[in-house]
Design a protein. Structure first.
Length: 201
């Protein structure tokens, strides 16, 4: 069974402040006394987190493996694909109109034009790019780039899941020297979650 990673997060919550002062007088102030005309009272406060804060748990795959891919014999698109599923396990106390955005990017990416990529474990110059296709069979890289990646999915409640597809074009291997390009490739996806406002279209 494939291991899963769990990403837990908490929304910034409203804080409750209770202020109390001591009910027992430490000193009695007496205008006729030279030493007790003035006194100090300590004031303390306890800040507690709102018990109704939003909390969520998002489950992501520990690993996705394309398996063995073959060099195509002719030039042209030749795709290998693999499903990737992200699930919302817990979504407590979400405010009305709020959702959990799950963003994803390649670990090496710093801008929208940086691809998702797999790098040869021995020959770092050998890199294979791939795409993440949503359920409309469109690359998520056609969408908006945010500071922490592209939108993988938006969840509004527990029990929801989204399955996208990793798609690698084997045409990148066409006419390549497999004594160099053959071997194991590895890449990393960075997922990021946050609470966002959900706007109706």
């Amino acid at each position: 069974m494939m291991k899963k990673k769990v990403v837990a997060g908490f929304m910034a919550a409203t804080m409750m402040v209770s202020v109390m002062s001591t009910g027992v007088f430490a000193k009695e102030l007496n205008p006729d006394s030279e030493t007790n005309k003035a006194g100090d009272t300590q004031v303390t406060a306890t800040v507690e987190e709102n018990e109704n804060k939003a909390a969520y748990v998002i489950e992501i795959p520990d690993k996705v493996d394309f398996g063995k891919i073959q060099q195509p014999g002719t030039e042209g698109n030749a795709y290998s694909t693999k499903d990737i599923t992200v699930s919302c396990i817990q979504a407590d106390n979400l405010a009305a109109g709020s959702g959990i955005a799950v963003l994803v990017k390649d670990a090496t990416a710093t801008q929208s034009t940086d691809p998702f990529c797999l790098t040869h474990n021995t020959h770092s110059d050998c890199v294979l790019n791939y795409e993440i296709m949503n359920n409309n069979d469109e690359s998520i890289q056609n969408g908006t780039w945010y500071a922490n990646g592209f939108l993988f999915n938006l969840f509004t409640g527990a029990g929801q899941e989204a399955t996208d597809k990793l798609r690698l074009n084997r045409n990148q291997l066409y006419n390549k020297d497999l004594s160099v390009w053959g071997g194991q490739y590895t890449g990393t996806l960075n997922f990021y979650t946050k609470i966002v406002d959900v706007h109706a279209n």
